[in-house]
Design a protein around this ligand. Structure first.
Ligand code: 0X9
Ligand code: ZN
Ligand code: ZN
Length: 435
């Protein structure tokens, strides 16, 4: 998670839209354990580790005191966003008013996305079916779009979800773009055609619909679900801390008011349960799991719940699952068991990042989550991987903090185009290495 909660964040009255006047985002680079302690005191941040970066979100009222503190403690920092409200207003910079058709270059509200799902399915009956996989806490239907050429036998599939975190608006925009591209280029683009002939792509365009709606109506910076529980007035849990993968052991909070609250138990969030049930039910066909977040320009793979490195699955080699040590990961120059699969994940991620970069030069970093971003348990990628989905990747799309979650609409198209190249690169590999 980038922008972390937050010193003295004002409680927002339910019916009114939160404003962020004078609020700042400050990036801090802790160099010592002492720095980490200071940051943990000023921000509710569970993920800070030495020599990482952390972006904190500071209210206007505390801005002065925080900068004084940072200067006194000689903490390296920079102000990323001077005025968050101005950035909130700047993100909607696509002025086009009445496009003839659905506008993929704007952020679309849930009402629009929902209508779009129905109309896409209706106009592409030979390539798409939809299925409701569950209901959100507030009762909205979670619909997956299954894309692929119809076949009498069951096809291997890639599961792609967007919008686990409510405020990461570029993520649902990417899933919409992906579906559009698939429909438009099937039959003309050789790779897309072969992919959809041989495999299905199952797209969940918005995972955390209630949270997404809330970012449109009440608080643009909301991250979690919108579930309520007795005993706490705080709302929601972090869906990417709620999966059953080292649940709540690291990089997650058991405080219901935290932005990284892991929930009352694994899969306590109905949205998480719905996705987990769906993947368990279709496990024999799902060969890859891709999940799209923002921001940081990263391509992550397991693990995040431990520094141990993921090796391969026992069922693939008939041996107990091996774990590579971090030293294997950093030093090996040639591929030796037990680390060849880890190496393959890294190579695939690097290939995908390179494909992405070829379009606009956007730089991506790739690696196992815990070492590349921070240790954080309960994530969907680790869960899917441990279940047996060998190719499991988390994308963190643009940018690296200039706009953060408030990426301007003018960047939707380039971001989606470059990300398509990475997704297609991974898909091609999966297709060639079916297991
Ligand atoms: O912290 C997260 O959930 C993700 N970053 S974000 O800024 N979008 O919140 C990273 C997830 C990496 N994977 C796991 N932690 N399992
Ligand atoms: Zn996220
Ligand atoms: Zn293996």
């Amino acid at each position: 998670m980038k922008v972390l909660l937050l010193l003295g964040f004002v409680a927002v009255a339910l019916a009114e839209v939160a404003r962020f006047d004078g609020e700042k985002v400050i990036r801090i680079r802790p160099k010592t354990e002492e720095h980490v302690t200071i940051i943990k005191e000023i921000a509710d941040s569970v993920e800070v580790v030495v020599s990482s970066e952390v972006d904190i979100h500071v209210s206007a009222a505390h801005a002065d005191i925080v900068s004084t503190l940072l200067l006194q403690s000689e903490l390296e920092h920079e102000v990323l966003v001077e005025d968050l409200q101005a950035s909130v207003e700047d993100q909607l910079d696509n002025q086009e008013i009445s496009p003839r058709s659905y506008n993929y270059m704007k952020y679309n509200s849930w009402d629009k996305v929902e209508a779009w799902i129905s109309s896409m399915a209706a106009s592409n009956p030979s390539l798409m079916t939809t299925e409701v996989i569950g209901q959100t806490f507030e009762g909205r239907s979670m619909t997956v779009m299954k894309i692929g050429k119809q076949s009498s036998s069951t096809k291997p599939a890639i599961f792609l979800d967007c919008g686990i975190h409510a405020r990461e608006w570029i993520s649902p925009a990417f899933c919409q773009w992906f579906v559009k591209e698939a429909m438009e280029t099937y039959g003309s683009d050789a790779q897309m055609t072969s992919l959809l002939d041989q495999m299905d792509v199952i797209v969940l365009p918005v995972f955390n619909i209630d949270g997404y709606v809330y970012t449109w109506t009440n608080n643009r910076m909301w991250r979690k679900t919108r579930s309520r529980r007795s005993g706490s007035s705080c709302i929601g849990a972090d869906p990417n801390r709620n999966f059953d993968a080292g649940w709540c052991t690291t990089g997650a909070s058991s405080n219901p008011c935290s932005d990284t609250y892991c929930g009352a138990k694994a899969e306590s969030e109905v949205e998480v349960k719905a996705v987990a049930d769906y993947i368990r039910k279709h496990l024999s066909t799902i060969k890859a799991y891709l999940t799209v977040h923002s921001y940081s320009q990263l391509l992550l793979f397991p693990y995040s719940y431990t520094y141990q490195l993921a090796e391969h699955h026992s069922e693939l080699v008939g041996a107990p699952a091996a774990r590579c040590s971090p030293s294997h990961f950093h030093t090996f120059t040639h591929i030796t068991p037990p680390c060849y699969l880890l190496w393959q994940h890294q190579a695939l991620a690097e290939g995908a990042s390179k494909a992405l970069r070829s379009l606009y030069g956007t730089q991506y970093t790739s690696g196992p989550g815990a070492v590349t971003i921070y240790p954080a348990a309960g994530g969907s990628d680790d869960w899917a991987y441990d279940l047996g989905v060998k190719y499991s990747y988390t994308f963190e799309l643009r940018d690296t903090g200039r706009y953060g979650f408030l990426l301007p609409e003018s960047q939707i198209k380039p971001t989606c185009e470059e990300t398509m190249l990475a997704v297609k690169y991974i898909a091609a590999h999966v297709q060639k290495n079916l297991y």
